[in-house]
Every structure is written in C-alpha cells, then in structure tokens.
Design a protein around this ligand. Structure first.
Ligand SMILES: [Zn+2]
Length: 496
C-alpha cells in the first residue's frame, strides 16, 4: 500500500487558501515557532495544548484530519472537548472538521483538545493503520491526527511548530519526523515535516540506531517472542538494502531514515504499511517479522522514498510510480545480496504470469486511472505493467550501450532533472521521453510508450528483444524469463 499524502495534502491546503482573500500577516516574535504543542499522554487519551501567536487578524481556522487518508470519513469523532482560553472564542464545525478561533489582539492563544482512540475491530487494518490508537501500553498516531492544519490566508511555506511533553509520557514515544526526541526534548520542525509522519510508543518499544554513510537508520519494533532474531534480521536487512538503494541513486542527503514495524493488535493480516517522507511504518501479524513476502513489500515501500515521494509522474502514470518502484526494489535487493539472480527472475515471472493472465491486461493507461478505486486487478495492473516495461527498457538501454548504461543511469538523470526543477515538480511524459532518448532512438521509445503504456498492449517479449543473457518461453500465454548466463548479469548489478 502506498499513499502520497504529503503532496496530496499540500495541494488541498493550497486549494483551500486560494479561495480566501489575502490579508497581511501580523508580525510575530521570531524567536518562538508560531505553533507550540505540549502533550500529555494518559491511558486512554492524549491531551494536546496548542499555544500559538496569531499569524493573521481576527481569526484562524484549524482543520483536523484528512478523511481520504485511509478512508476515515469520521476521523473528527476522536477530537474531544476543544476549548480556548478567554478572551478568545471557539467555533466548532463538525462537518468541516474545523476549529475556528476568534481573538481581538495578537497575544498568544491557547487551544486545548483531547484525542481519544475511536478505532474498532470492525475497521480492520485501516483502523489500526490510520486511526489514533491510545492504550495503557501502546500509542500510535499519524501527525495529521494529532496536530491541526492552520488554514492561512497567505501561504507560509516555512511555517514551523514545536513539540514537547508537558508531562513525561508513561513509556518511550518515537516521533517519525524527529527520531532524536525524548521525554525532555522540545523540538521544532517545519509544519509539513510533522504532518504525515507517524508517532508511536509502547512499554516494550525498542529503538535501534545504526549509522550508514552518515545517515542514522532507526529500526523501531515492539518486543516479540522471537525478539533477538527479529531485531537482528530487520537491522541486517535495513543495513544491506539501505546501502544498495542509496548507491543506486547516489543519494546521501537524508539525515535519518526510520523503519517502524509493529504487530497488528486485533487484525489478522499479513502485512501492510505506509511510506512517509522520513521512513516507513508497517504492521504485521505473526511471530517472524522478516520473510520473503515482507522483504519484498518493505523494499518496495523504501523504494518509494525516491519514486513516488521525490520522483513522480502523477497519479495518471501509476505504471511509473508503482512499476518502476517495483523494478528498482528488485534491482536493489539483488545488488544487496538479499535475493539471488534466480529470485530476481522469479519476481519478473510472477509479474508476467499475473499480468498476461489478467482479463484486463489490455486496458489502456487512462482507463487504469479511472478504474483505480475498483481495486483488485486495476490496482495491481500498474505494478505489473510498469515493472515489465522497466525490465524491457533496462535491457534495451543495456544492449544499445554495449553494457555501459542501464535503467539506473536513466533514473538518476530523471532525479537530477527533478532536483533542478524543485521538490514539487511532477515529471511529464515529455521529460521521460527526453531522458530515455539519451540512451535509445527517440522513435523507438515513443513507439514503445504509445504501444505498451498508453494503448496498454502487453509487450510481445522474445529472447531477441532482451539480448543474449535471456531466454523467453511461454506458459499459459505468459512469457517466462530465464537466464542463459548469470555472470555478466550479476556483475552488472554489483557495479559501483
Ligand atoms: Zn507502491
């Protein structure tokens, strides 16, 4: 599962502010962040005190929650007893999930509210993944279900907020946006960074840090029956995969990255999770955390740190966002030694069997987007079509360049382009075509995109099409790939 909430949210907030008239901001003390949160955690609720210096005249509207994030239409039910200190006044609009504070001067205003646990067993995985959970021994919430979203009349991209514990929490609490925080820390961060990052704590929470290439990698788990085994296997996995994927992108800009993996409490579901800007939060059922399937899922989610989070072609091009994420995760798992060459081929063959065996394998790209929420095969199609296209493209580049280049070079070029354009830039089909044309004849790429992506025709794979390393056979109408020679194939993936 993957959502791109940060970008989504920014669009929502921007759309919301455009409709309002612009009022000059009132000056405020530069020394303190404009939004200051103090938290108190008890057995069944989280008490939140927001103190803020008004940024605009007369009133501020704060919105709570994002219903499409995990399909939580009634998320506002978890907010209890909102109140402000006089002389400010509060108006609550339940339908709009908004708290409007009216004030007469620019003195700091204090807004208090409680967050309670309203998740139920009937909500299944969504309840445990997207709603706040507050229990005597466990806490879980996304920033967006804890902090408020001020609807400013004038965009303020550098808006920051601080967080501290008013009372030390009863157990260790980990902030996904700032892993260094402890019970005594007051930390200040851009508002944007905190909003979609998870916050979790437990009486048995374990937080392990390993620094790789100057980046602090945190593994956050709860104690299990197989505690040592699970801890070691997750840490070792993260170390190997992180090295591989960061060298794939040649990207060491992050200060930290967190892998948070916790058991579902009442749901029996193998695994599911959400990538966010500084890591990944996943939940699982069972005693052993790492198995082949979860390794693949977690690797896919970490790969979204680049494709999806940083490099996106927009929601109408899921073949890139999901399919290229899948393919880079296969590539980087192989480079990391987490899977063998035969397992790499097996992942492609699985995608091929599922795609060529699907009744909607010919669906044009634009119908995939329209039918995406029908889920099932429509949701899986972009992963399969996109990863098979990436595989095809990788081999075209490799052959045309006499093994000097492959898909990694193409993706690094696209990443460099996105960096030049800025973090909000969404890649276009023209960008993709331009970048790919550096490695392949433009007409070949254009025809391939028209045929295999836009029109949705499955690629008629042949061994000749893929180069001398590959064999292609057919099984129940699906191409099945094999390796003729593992050596050149392997050396390509271990190159620096
Ligand atoms: Zn994904």
């Amino acid at each position: 599962m993957y959502t791109k909430p940060a970008r989504y949210l920014r669009q929502v907030v921007v759309a919301g502010t455009l409709a309002l008239f612009v009022v000059p901001l009132i000056g405020f003390a530069q020394s303190a962040p404009p939004l200051r949160y103090a938290l108190t955690l008890t057995d069944r609720n989280l008490h939140v005190t927001l103190t803020y210096v008004p940024l605009q005249r007369d009133s501020t509207v704060f919105v709570y929650g994002i219903p499409p994030f995990g399909g939580q239409a009634d998320i506002f039910r978890g907010v209890r007893q909102p109140r402000v200190t006089a002389p400010a006044r509060l108006q609550i609009d339940t339908a709009a999930r908004s708290l409007t504070v009216y004030y007469t001067d620019t003195q700091p205003v204090t807004l208090d509210y409680d967050i309670v646990d309203t998740h139920t067993d009937a909500m299944g995985t969504r309840g445990e993944l997207f709603r706040p959970m507050i229990q005597p021994d466990y806490f879980f919430s996304h920033g967006v279900n804890l902090f408020l979203q001020p609807q400013l009349r004038q965009p303020m991209p550098t808006l920051s907020q601080s967080v501290r514990w008013a009372v030390a929490p009863p157990y260790r609490v980990f902030f996904g946006s700032y892993p260094y925080a402890d019970a005594k820390t007051t930390f200040t961060q851009p508002y944007d960074d905190m909003l979609m990052a998870p916050i979790t704590g437990a009486t048995d929470l374990s937080v392990d840090k390993q620094t790789i290439n100057g980046i602090d990698n945190f593994t956050v788990l709860r104690k299990t029956k197989l505690d040592t085994f699970n801890k070691e296997s997750v840490k070792n996995y993260l170390a190997a995969y992180d090295k591989s994927i960061r060298s794939f992108w040649n990207d060491y800009d992050d200060r930290y990255f967190s892998l948070i993996i916790e058991p579902f409490l009442r749901v029996n579901h193998d695994a599911s999770g959400i990538a966010y800007e500084f890591g990944f939060i996943g939940k699982y059922t069972g005693d052993t955390i790492m198995n082949a399937k979860r390794r693949d899922v977690i690797s896919h989610e970490i790969a979204h740190h680049w494709i999806g989070q940083r490099l996106s072609m927009g929601s109408e091009n899921q073949w890139f966002n999901e399919g290229f994420t899948d393919y880079t995760s296969f590539y980087c798992m192989l480079r990391a030694g987490l899977i063998t060459a035969d397992q790499f081929v097996g992942l492609l063959n699985d995608a091929s069997r599922a795609h060529y065996g699907s009744s909607i394998r010919n669906a044009p790209n634009d119908s995939v987007f329209k039918n995406y929420w029908k889920l099932g095969d429509y949701q899986r199609l972009p992963y399969r079509r996109g990863s098979l296209f990436a595989f095809w493209l990788d081999n075209q580049i490799l052959t045309a360049s006499n093994r000097q280049h492959d898909i990694r070079d193409l993706l690094r070029d696209l990443y460099a382009l996105r960096k030049r354009k800025g973090s909000e830039y969404t890649l276009t089909m023209a960008d993709f075509l331009d970048a790919t044309s550096r490695y392949l004849p433009r007409q070949q790429v254009q025809t391939a995109i028209d045929q295999y992506i836009t029109a949705g025709n499955p690629i008629p794979f042949t061994a000749a099409m893929l180069g001398p390393d590959w064999t292609v056979t057919e099984k129940s109408g699906a191409p099945q790939f094999g390796l003729t020679n593992r050596q050149p194939f392997k050396t390509r993936f271990v190159r620096k």
